[in-house]
Structure formats: C-alpha cells, structure tokens
Ligand binder design. Structure first.
Ligand SMILES: *Cc1c(COP(=O)(O)O)cnc(C)c1O
Length: 371
C-alpha cells in the first residue's frame, strides 16, 4: 500500500496515518444525501464493509467517534445486567458507558497486558444473571488481544449477547463477524481502517436486533433500530458525514486492490512479528526490562505497548523518538508512564515500520547510555 510517495512517520495507535489518495478523495463535491447518487455510494460502501467485517448483515455507519457506537451498542442491547471484561482503559470505558446508561454492571478484571481468563468468564456466565457482556478485541491501551471468538462462543452458549469493541482490531486483526456468531461488533474509522476520525461502524446480529426494540431509553441518535430501518433503503438515519464516506469508498477499493481483508490481516501479522522480534533484540542488547507488555499468544497484531525500565518515562522516550521525525504514542491508563506504544496498523508497511523501529532503538540506546 505504498504507491503514495509520502514517508511513513506517524505510528500513533490512533489516529493512524492516512494516505494522500484517501485524503484527496474527501475533496469531492457535496451531493444530495437523500438522492439516488448517495444511495449508490452507500450500496458500494456496504459491499466493501461487509467484506471487511466478514458479514452478510448490514454494516451501520454513524457519524461519531468509536465511543458513540460503544454507547449505541449498550443502549440498544436488550434490558438486563451487563458483564464487562476489563483489561485496560478502553474496556474500562465500555463498563463505564454501560453504567452511565443505567445498567447494573459486574466487572471481571485482568492486569494490564493480560486478558480475562475464559474460565472466569464461563463461571460468571453460568450464574445466568446477564443479558449482555462487553469485551474489547484489541485493547489499544496495552496491546492485548482477547480471543473474542471464544468469548462469543461462551456468551452464545449461555444466551448472553456479546458486544465487541474492535476499534483497533477491524481492518487489521482477524475477526469473523458471522462465522464467530458475535452479536454486536463495532469499530471506528481512525484506527486500523486508516481513514480520518469521525465515522463509527457496527454490525448487529439478528438476535441482537430482535430484542433491540425492548431496550428502553435508546434515545434517537444512537438508536440502532433507526440505522436498521434506513439501511433497508441504502440510507443513514441522519445526515451522513459525506466527505468521510468518500474517504471510506477510496479506502475500501484499495483494500480490495491489496488482495482483500485476508491480505490486510497478513500484512498486520507480518508487522507485529517484526515488532516482537525487534523488542526481543532490545531485551537482549539494550536493557532487560525493555519488551512487549502483552504475553505471547495474546498480542494484538495492530498495536504494541513496550515496557520501559524504571529510569525512563514514556514522555521522554516519545519526545526523543520524535526528534528523528517519527510519532509514536505514550502509555495509556495504568501503564501510562511505564510503557510507550507503537501503532503498527492501517496502511503501514513492514519496510516503513522497520525505519520507525530503528529510530526507536536509537532513541532508547541513547537514553539508556546517558539517562
Ligand atoms: C480508539 C478506541 C476507542 C474509541 O475511541 P474514540 O476516541 O471514541 O474513537 C474505543 N475502543 C478502543 C479499543 C479504541 O482503541
């Protein structure tokens, strides 16, 4: 994905670098959003989005950041108690949203970098107390990847709706909406999809939608019943963020040109492998406390949190790296000061990532030699 001659320098774990061709697509003129031209655009976009989400169901497109769709997921889920799997700040946010929407919420917590044990999830679900569970696929604050296929299967088995935040997953980490029988999967435009921020997406299962009308106080703007009704005639319920639709249309065409979503997953797997190998090199050659926070087996292919020795804080590391022209992220949540994060997602390439990692190595070596 490197036909554009702009260097890869922006490795923040969201927003991610957007290619000039995608930015340029946004300069197309406005069209009437209740006319046929828009409906055709909407239909083209649906085809591409269903491919990305691995679903035959409509993909709802809303104008908000990811948090808006997290709130929609909770608001429209059938009434009842919620079980929240929390292993970082975004999964924590999901629990907070559920509480703020008036739900009773129980939390299963895992330490930063880890994922909640499946046995613990099963035991909680066996109580029969829950109508829905919330889980984050790729926990962007720590780089931990939860096996949402297994979590979804447990939820299914116990008649509980699975609400999956895959904001930094979809478009980079494998997720099969239909085959894994997940009830609600949501993402946003500015992470692995590599489009500017402002669009949020969700796919809801038949089972989820069949109970949505029974959820009280869904409000209007985030009511997925409205999205479903409009999707029937290739429309959004409210004014679409048209310029972002243009960017999305271009990006979906480019995903197809790359070889489809599985080629994109493979590129992300390759970028993650390069990052892990690089981190191992750091542990051996630079400092034993440098490494990847999440353990092997539950690492996200889109984002890595790098652990730092006690004498370094992430602010210093990030600003030293920035001096060589690369932007990486600081830590987030509980590991705010003790890690920094590299977003290897979106349209980045292995070659571009290697140059960023080299700059990170130089900065870390310099700081550790003379703190
Ligand atoms: C970025 C992100 C969100 C959404 O954040 P917004 O700022 O509202 O787009 C939610 N969950 C995860 C895992 C994220 O990475």
């Amino acid at each position: 994905m490197s036909e554009d001659a702009v260097p890869e320098t922006f490795f923040l774990p969201g927003p991610t670098q957007v290619r000039p061709a995608v930015l340029a697509a946004m300069q197309q003129p406005m069209i009437a959003h209740r006319g046929r031209q828009f409906e055709e655009l909407y239909s083209r976009i649906q085809l591409g989005l269903r491919h990305v989400f691995r679903t035959e169901r409509p993909v709802f497109v809303g104008a908000s950041s990811g948090t808006g769709m997290m709130e929609a997921a909770v608001r429209c889920a059938r009434p009842g108690r919620v079980l929240s799997l929390v292993n970082g700040s975004f999964s924590q946010r999901f629990a907070r949203i559920a509480r703020s929407c008036g739900r009773e919420v129980d939390v299963l917590e895992a330490p930063a970098g880890a994922t909640v044990w499946l046995e613990e999830v099963e035991q909680a679900l066996r109580s029969g107390r829950y109508s829905a569970l919330t889980v984050v696929h790729s926990e962007t604050s720590t780089g931990a990847l939860t096996d949402v296929r297994a979590v979804g299967a447990l939820a299914q088995e116990h008649g509980v709706l699975s609400l999956v935040d895959s904001v930094s997953g979809i478009g980079g980490a494998r997720l099969e909406c239909d085959a894994w029988e997940l009830d609600l999967v949501l993402t946003a435009s500015q992470k692995a999809m590599a489009i500017p921020a402002g669009l949020a997406f969700a796919v809801a299962s038949e089972s989820y939608m069949s109970h949505a009308a029974s959820a009280p106080d869904r409000g209007l703007y985030l009511d997925l019943e409205q999205f479903a009704a409009s999707a029937g005639h290739h429309q959004t319920p409210f004014t679409p963020a048209l310029s972002l639709f243009y960017a999305l249309e271009r990006q979906l065409a480019d995903i197809a040109a790359e070889g489809g979503i599985s080629a994109r997953w493979a590129r992300h797997a390759a970028m993650a492998a390069v990052t892990w190998e690089w981190a191992e090199g750091l542990t051996d050659a630079v400092h034993p406390e440098l490494g990847i926070l999440a353990p092997l087996g539950s690492r996200s292919p889109t984002v890595s949190a790098i652990t730092l020795p006690a004498e370094l804080t992430s602010d210093v590391v990030v600003s030293t790296i920035e001096r060589s022209g690369f932007v990486v992220g600081g830590g987030n949540g509980a590991t705010r000061h003790t890690t920094f994060r590299i977003g290897h997602m979106g349209d980045h390439t292995v070659a571009g990532l290697r140059r960023c990692l080299e700059a990170c190595s130089d900065a870390l070596s310099e700081l550790i030699a003379s703190p």
